[in-house]
Design a protein. Sequence first.
Length: 625
Amino acid sequence: MKSAVQDEMNLLIERLKREQSSDGSWNYTFDTGVLTDAYMIILLRSLEIDDEKLIIALTERIISKQEENGAWKLFRDEKEGNLSRTIEAYYGLLYSGYYGNKDKELILAKKFILTHGGLEKAGMFTKIMLTITGQYSWPLFFPFPIEIMLLPIQFPVNIYDISVFGRANIVPILILGNKKFQLKTDRSPDLSGIRVDDRTETLFNDEQSKEWGNYFTKLLRSIQTDDRTFEKRSLYEAEQYMLKRTEADGTLLSYFSSTFLMIFALLSLGSRKESPVIKNAVDGLKAMQSTVNDRQVHIQYTTADVWNTSLISWALQQAGVQEEEEVILKASRYLFSRQHYKYGDWIIHNPRAFPGGFGFSDINTINPDVDDTTASLRALIHLISQHKAYKGTWERGVQWVLTMQNEDGGWPSFEREVNKSYLSWLPVQGGDFILKDPSCADLTGRTLEFLGNYTNLNSEHRSIRRGKKWLKKTLKSDGSWYSRWGICYIYGSWAAVTGLLATGENPNSKTIKKTVKWLETIQNEDGGWGESCLSDTNHSYVPLGESTLVDTSWALDALIAASTEETEAIHRGIKFLLKNNQRKTWLEDYPKGQGMGGVFYIHYESYRYIWPLITFSHYQQKYIE
């Protein structure tokens, strides 16, 4: 076993060294399925940009993901298919001009769409895209007046109550909805064939829209004076919100969806299709393209270079690669260059903090998050400890993380205290995912692991005590924890267990033993673990029915951290990884991250290398060396 583990580690180390970019980063694909590919075609056609090479490549990618029944899925074990994704793919292919209603692929897609309720049953965000491109109708009463932009942050309801990743999408939608903007071209396809009901159905129930519209109107009347001036100022503030958060590459906070919406919002405000701000935004989205499986072109939702680089550099160091080796030095130089020095929206709810965090994507300069910050600092600690010149980097990063702790004791992703209860009642699909940024087990666990293993804070430090208390309070009755950003209960349980143990929790405590028992109970016959994306919408653990390398690595790493002796479950799990770590099946492409439950899932191309390497390293350190 000893030599087999080292051999597998060597293979992973050499691959990762070989695939490092010249700037020191790793730019493995952040794969979100065909969503962004279809939207990119729709955007290019709407702007009358004839980039045929890219459009053809994207159609090929979309077609390659179609199921035999004509549908597209979010993940392999989604029952029959996903209606919204199928509508988006169908629309993108039609708008491309390279597929028509008589092609068998679209005949099958149309049949699936009609069988499952037609255009009218699409999700809210799909309907918004259809509406701004002229395929659907704006509601008579748009429930969110643009004047919300002028409500001060001290007001009980204001735009900064919404999470930054939600706000980046909501602000352009506010502009578009209030302007009731639509853009069709001579090439716009006719989607009437996928309607089930000829009657016009809008984004929201009209009564519901009117009710919310009336509520916000009354709220706004308490502070507004001149209606026309108020609206003009509100539109200006919304426009400035977007422009001030546009990164150097032209994208809005480096997200595809927010940039897509911003482009249409700017058009509604009078920008020309050929204006520099529109051109830069489109170029920024084009620059997000990546090659998947050595051949398919995919438009990423964002790049994941900082996340990949921090995790890989840390994994290599855990595996014994010395910090003075060039691969680590290059990665460290890259990460140092990505620490933030600008204030972002996080300052609204954390006014006493200074910049010092790290973001997720390569060009992110103002939207840091807790997870990327602790991951980057983990990867940099050895270099920082040897070079006093970098001490400021470390201190600024740690202090930023500590100030981001919520009042309940847990850690959020992007902003403190963005978890207002009224947000759940807004007529927004997936509101709890897109509108809120609450404390979550994965962020809290990983932050505790960082504070416990990589700083000089002891287990009695107030931040650590509060974090541990919150984690224990959120333990599920079966012994698992739910993860906001990973899939789902295995990831959350791994993060919580390793975080608690790193900050002084006794391995024999009831909490740890309960989670260990749960992990051992869900181990598969082949020795591995596997969790379905259905867990997150089911609100409980759903087995995938197969074992994945990533799930197995997470479960094993938690068990290794909690066990002084190698248990049978650990032994079987390591044997599974050794046997399967070089395989290439659909299981290696199965999503292990989520952006929005039931709507948006992520396959990290890097994960199949990162997590097995970390787990092998921790197994070797504890039981072999």
